[in-house]
Design a protein around this ligand. Structure first.
Ligand SMILES: Cc1ncc(COP(=O)(O)O)c(C=O)c1O
Length: 465
């Protein structure tokens, strides 16, 4: 398949409503009736619901039981006007956010940290990571006079670190991962220099779900007097419960003295509605480098904790409500079910000779093939309705298992479909997946820029009416 064909297919999948629904390039002269609008919403919801509700998507919706959704919606409706920027009007927002941070910190070892653990609520994993990196940049500048800050980041860490590097002009030094997909400690040691402000590790990284050697990495950071950030956006709300259930979880949280900050996403395995995450720091002094305050503005004294100014207080309320309604028992039960599903799925994949499980992950299950084009397997699965994530370097697929997948018979269904997809691709030698050429180009340094432009072109397309 050539790139033009890929673009046409992506365009169709991105804009399926162009034909059948009214398009508004400008405001309608007279507003449409609320009932008419709600009708459109309901129709689109129904069209899109099946895929995530029945577990055909990796990650994306982490809880999604109808009662839980209804409850989140009720809480949102009650709080839809709240803006934590105006804490005098909505002190309820202040209460919710302080308690979200405290509950999350205590889940992640604050009680045994030996220092006060503080934090803020953000809009998602990316904002938590952006803020943490900005914090270390400003800390390094202030405390050590570092003018050209550097961060050491494993290749498997989330793209948000690269975004932080670009946004905040922090040099990103990438270190490789070993054959076991864990960050290379010796390469990290060798990369440290006087400009290093922070080392990063993930618990776990998005691609393969294998927790980095956080203990060794954070000790390295501590011995050099620099920051260490654990990105637990994905694992922060499931690993503590996996540990309690007796699964092998390497240490990653504030119980490690070298861990100076953690990001953990309430809108993933925290089961809150989309739009919240928590970033935490060892001590208030560090958190002050995140905060913004100005005394110069004619609009008055202005201060805010995160990137946004006005913020959706209703999302913090929904997050607080999700945490308080589930409680430890709810999180433990969900983790148990997800991890059991993972065990069944891993055994099933191990039973397919053409597939190879990458490492021994807990709940993000990645697999590759030494014989077949794995993207062709992905395309075939796509035709069956599946949306697994395509990975590269090496080519692989993964599924992040959620409560949506922890239903009876799910893992077995996926294994049967995987068997069928593998058999089909095997019977059609030379079959190439639609994303194979695009991913193929990214390993060529000359084509990387072209692929990045292609992706930006897709974003242009997204905003065309
Ligand atoms: C390990 C990890 N970090 C950060 C993020 C970014 O989170 P968000 O998409 O909420 O910005 C993700 C998202 O999947 C992730 O898996």
């Amino acid at each position: 398949m050539d790139v033009n064909q890929i673009i046409t297919e992506l365009q169709q999948s991105m804009k399926p409503y162009r034909q059948d629904y009214e398009t508004y390039a400008s405001l309608p002269q007279v507003g449409r009736s609320r009932e008419e609008i709600l009708e459109v919403m309901r129709t689109l919801y129904t069209k899109e619901e099946h895929k995530w509700r029945d577990g055909y998507v990796s990650g994306a919706v982490y809880h999604g039981d109808q009662e839980h959704i209804d409850f989140q919606n009720q809480v949102y409706a009650i709080n839809s006007q709240s803006n934590p920027l105006h804490f005098d009007v909505w002190p309820s927002g202040v209460k919710f956010e302080a308690e979200i941070v405290s509950m999350t910190a205590n889940m992640l070892g604050a009680g045994q940290a030996g220092d006060e653990i503080v934090g803020t609520v953000t809009s998602g994993g990316t904002e938590s990571i952006l803020l943490a990196m900005k914090t270390y940049r400003d800390w390094g500048r202030d405390k050590k006079g570092i003018a050209q800050p550097e961060m050491i980041v494993p290749t498997t860490a989330h793209a948000a670190f690269d975004k932080a590097s670009q946004y905040f002009d922090i040099k990103m030094v990438r270190i490789p991962v070993g054959d076991d997909f864990r960050a290379d400690v010796e390469a990290t040691r060798a990369a440290i220099n006087p400009n290093t402000v922070v080392i990063v590790g993930s618990a776990p990284p998005f691609p393969h779900g294998i927790v980095d050697p956080i203990q060794e990495l954070s000790e390295l950071a501590r011995s050099h007097g620099i920051g260490f950030h654990t990105d637990a956006c994905l694992g922060g709300f499931i690993l503590p419960w996996a540990e309690k259930l007796g699964y092998p979880v390497p240490p990653f949280d504030f119980r490690l003295p070298g861990v100076t900050s953690i990001s953990a996403d309430t809108h993933k395995y925290g089961y809150a509605a989309k739009g919240t995450s928590v970033v935490m720091y060892r001590g208030r002094e560090l958190r002050h480098y995140q905060f913004y305050a100005t005394t110069e503005w004619p609009g008055g004294l202005y201060f805010s904790p995160t990137l946004a100014g006005s913020r959706p207080g209703a999302l913090s309320a929904a997050c607080w409500a999700a945490m308080v309604s589930l409680g430890e028992q709810g999180y433990l039960d969900a983790a148990r079910r997800i991890l059991q599903t993972a065990d069944t799925l891993k055994a099933g994949i191990r039973g397919i000779p053409e597939l190879r499980l990458l490492g021994d992950p807990l709940f993000v299950i990645a697999f590759a093939s030494d014989e077949l084009d794995i993207y062709a397997v992905s395309d075939y699965l796509g035709k069956m309705g599946w949306s697994l994530n395509g990975l590269q370097l090496p080519p692989a697929l993964h599924i992040a298992l959620t409560v949506r997948h922890a239903q009876p018979g799910f893992a077995e269904r996926l294994v049967v479909d995987l068997q069928e997809a593998v058999a089909y691709v095997k019977e059609h030698p030379g079959m190439q997946g639609s994303l194979t050429p695009v991913y193929g180009m990214t390993s060529n340094i000359y084509a990387k820029g072209a692929v990045a432009e292609f992706l930006k072109g897709l974003l242009d397309m997204a905003f065309e009416v």
